[in-house]
Write a protein that binds this ligand. Structure first.
Ligand code: URA
Length: 244
């Protein structure tokens, strides 16, 4: 996993140390730790999710910002006990500026309700915070493109900072991109979905499928079966936060 200095240490570092001087003009982007510090201003309180969200608006850590409408940062209660992480915002999320507001998000909410997870106890985010897309053949639609590893790595400090600011009890990785980003490239969702995974993170971690894969089911029967299995994985999350 890419690493960033704990946000608590960032304020004490001089800007000189935070800026990379070995890069060409084009690559001299404001580093994420510096964006966070600027957004924090001289607030004496800790780095909150609100500060991080404000800081991330200016993120240019990779090139995805160039074709996206805006940064789509995580969203949810600052006291949420469950953090769910997806891949990247889609078309709807890019327009609205909130994660999981499109069809996959609708299905995710429905599954959480069925599993008994209180939506007010949830914080939703993504491994990558800008929409990666290409124009359809006729140029009328924006087609989702999987983020590159370099983009996932560039965005990782935001995820670490969100985890530190939120300190959730349970982290749920939705789909292979999120699972590999948090648990390493060898992690297989199909093999280990719904199980608590050993991890150095200071919370319980598990992975399940991405809700968009249910939307791609070839027929009603498999869609139902996929949904049931998804709800089953999320019930494990509900039990974990209930202390069972
Ligand atoms: N898919 C994701 O992974 N994240 C979103 O926010 C929306 C769709």
């Amino acid at each position: 996993m890419a690493s960033v200095k704990p946000v608590k240490q960032l304020r004490r570092m001089s800007p000189e140390k935070l800026v990379r001087h070995d890069l060409g003009e084009d690559e001299k982007r404001t580093p994420i730790p510096l964006l966070i510090r600027e957004a924090a201003g001289n607030s004496s309180r800790g780095i909150s999710l609100e500060i991080l969200k404000r800081a991330a608006r200016k993120c240019q850590a990779c090139d995805l910002w160039k074709n996206a409408t805006q940064t789509v940062f995580g969203n949810g209660s600052a006291r949420a006990r469950v953090m769910l992480v997806g891949e990247q915002p889609g078309d709807r999320e890019d327009i609205e500026g909130e994660p999981f507001v499109g069809p996959a998000g609708k299905l995710l909410r429905e599954a959480m309700l069925q599993a008994g997870i209180d939506l007010g106890d949830v914080y939703l985010s993504n491994v990558v915070k800008h929409f990666r897309w290409e124009a359809s053949a006729r140029g009328k639609r924006r087609i989702h493109k999987k983020p590159r590893q370099s983009e996932i790595d560039a965005c990782h400090p935001w995820l670490e900072a969100e985890l530190e600011a939120l300190s959730p009890q349970v982290l749920v990785c939705l789909g292979a991109t999120a699972a590999k980003a948090m648990l390493g490239n060898k992690f297989s969702v199909s093999r280990d979905r719904g199980k608590v995974v050993p991890s150095p993170l200071p919370c319980v971690v598990l992975a399940t499928i991405h809700p968009s894969s249910i939307l791609r089911s070839p027929d009603t029967e498999s869609r139902h079966a996929e949904m049931e299995a998804f709800v089953r994985d999320l019930r494990t999350v509900a039990q974990l936060i209930a202390g069972n």
